[in-house]
Design a protein around this ligand. Structure first.
Ligand code: UD1
Length: 354
C-alpha cells in the first residue's frame, strides 16, 4: 500500500515547509498548494535536500474551486493540512476584506472541495491570537474567544465553522492547532523564515541585528508587570510545531469529531531573555533600545500544554537556546534567503539526498 497523500496548503511558507519535512520523515507524501505571494518555491528544493523528496507544487489559491477540484482529482488526497492564510495583524486592520476573503472564504472553499471529494480529515493552523490579550496564563483551550483584531477574528470564524461542521457530520475528523510563537529554523540551516521587508516579529528582527543588517532592536515597552518589564511570550520551535501537525494528523485520522489544542512549550520568555539567548547562540552583541509599547500587545501569555500531551502525546522538545542557534545558522548561511546558493550542511548533519 502506498503512503497517504496529504494536501498542505501554504506548504511553501515558513511553517508549511517545515511541516513538509516532518510529514516526509513520518513516511507521508505531502503535495503543496501555495499562491507563493508570501513564500518561495525554492523552499521545496531545500525540503528535498533535507529529506530526499521534493513535494509536488500546485501553484494555486484555496479560494479557487476549480483548482481545488483538479488537485483533489489528480492526487487523491487522504487528508488536508490547511496552513494557507494571511497573518500580519496591522494589514488585517487596514484591509479587513482581503483578510476575511483569504482566511475565511478560503477555508470555506477548501472544506467545500473536501466535501465534494469525500476527504474529511483536516488539520487547521489556528493561533493563540484567538485568546486575545486578557486571559490568565497558562491559557487552556477552554478559555473564551477574545480576539482583538481582524486577523484574530478570521481565525475564530474558521474555528467556529469547523466546530459546526464536526457537529453536523460525524464523518469529519478535524484538529485546530493554536500556535503560540513559532520561531527557529530547521537544524540543517537550509530552511527558515524569510520576512519580506522589515520584520514585524521579534525573532527575525533580533537575528538581522545580530547579523549587522539592522542597527538595534526596539524593545516595545519595558514597564509591563513582568519580571524584567518586557513582554513575555511562549516561543516554540518551528520543528516542534511541524511535529505537532504529524501528531494531530494521526489523531484526526483515527478519531472523528473536533480536537482543539495549543502548540506551545508552556514556558514564557521575555524580550530581553530572547535577546540574551540570541547573543549566546550567535556570539554577537545584539544592541537594543527601549521604545514605547506596541498598541494591542499583551503583557504576557503562555500555553497550558497538558491537553496536547494527553490527546496527541506531543510536547515541545526544543528549548529557547536551540531555537536561537537554529535561527542563527539559517541567518548566517542564507543572508539573502533562497537567493543564496545552498549553504554547506553543519558538521554531523546527514542529508537524505546526499
Ligand atoms: C504577533 C501577532 C500575533 C501573531 C504572531 C505571529 C501582534 C499584536 N500579534 O504576535 O497575532 O499570531 O505575531 O505572527 O502583532 N517585540 C519587540 N520588538 C520588536 C518586535 C517585537 O519588543 O521589534 C516584542 C513584542 O512587543 C512582544 C514580543 O516581542 O512582546 C513578541 O512579538 P512578536 O514576535 O511580534 O509576536 P506577538 O506580538 O506575540
Amino acid at each position: 500500500m502506498s503512503a497517504p497523500k496529504i494536501l498542505v496548503t501554504g506548504g511553501a511558507g515558513f511553517i508549511g515547509s517545515h511541516v513538509c519535512v516532518a510529514l516526509i520523515a513520518a513516511g507521508l507524501r505531502p503535495v503543496v498548494m501555495d499562491t507563493l505571494v508570501n513564500s518561495d518555491p525554492r523552499s521545496l528544493q531545500r525540503v528535498a535536500r533535507i529529506t530526499g523528496v521534493e513535494p509536488p507544487l500546485v501553484r494555486g489559491d484555496v479560494r479557487d474551486a476549480v483548482a481545488l477540484d483538479r488537485a483533489f482529482a489528480e492526487h487523491g488526497f487522504d487528508a488536508v493540512l490547511h496552513l494557507a492564510g494571511l497573518k500580519a495583524v496591522g494589514q488585517s486592520v487596514s484591509d479587513p476584506i482581503g483578510y476575511y476573503d483569504v482566511n475565511v472564504a478560503g477555508s470555506l472553499a477548501l472544506v467545500r472541495a473536501m466535501e465534494r471529494a469525500g476527504v474529511r480529515t483536516l488539520i487547521f493552523s489556528s493561533s493563540a491570537t484567538v485568546y486575545g490579550s486578557t486571559q490568565r496564563s497558562p491559557i487552556r483551550e477552554s478559555a473564551p474567544y477574545a480576539a482583538v483584531n481582524p486577523y484574530g477574528r478570521t481565525k475564530v470564524m474558521v474555528e467556529r465553522l469547523l466546530a459546526d461542521l464536526a457537529r453536523a457530520d460525524g464523518r469529519w475528523g478535524i484538529a485546530c492547532l493554536r500556535f503560540f510563537n513559532p520561531i527557529g529554523a530547521h537544524e540543517s540551516g537550509l530552511l527558515g523564515e524569510l520576512p519580506h521587508g522589515p520584520p514585524d516579529n521579534l525573532l527575525p528582527y533580533v537575528s538581522q541585528v545580530a547579523a549587522g543588517e539592522r542597527c538595534h532592536v526596539v524593545v516595545h515597552g519595558d514597564d509591563y508587570e513582568t519580571p524584567d518589564g518586557t513582554g513575555v511570550r511562549d516561543y516554540v520551535h518551528v520543528m516542534d510545531v511541524a511535529e505537532g501537525h504529524v501528531a494531530a494528523l494521526r489523531h484526526a485520522t483515527t478519531h472523528r469529531g473536533l480536537l482543539t489544542v495549543n502548540l506551545g512549550t508552556g514556558r514564557g520568555a521575555s524580550v530581553l531573555e530572547v535577546i540574551s539567548a540570541f547573543e549566546r547562540a550567535s556570539g554577537r552583541t545584539v544592541a537594543w533600545r527601549v521604545g514605547p509599547r506596541r498598541p494591542g500587545d499583551a503583557p504576557a501569555y503562555w500555553a497550558d500544554v497538558q491537553h496536547a500531551r494527553d490527546r496527541l502525546g506531543w510536547h515541545a522538545r526544543r528549548g529557547l537556546d536551540q531555537m536561537c542557534a537554529d535561527s542563527w545558522r539559517w541567518q548566517l548561511g542564507n543572508p539573502r534567503g533562497f537567493d543564496d546558493p545552498d549553504p554547506a550542511l553543519p558538521a554531523g548533519f546527514v542529508s537524505a539526498s546526499t
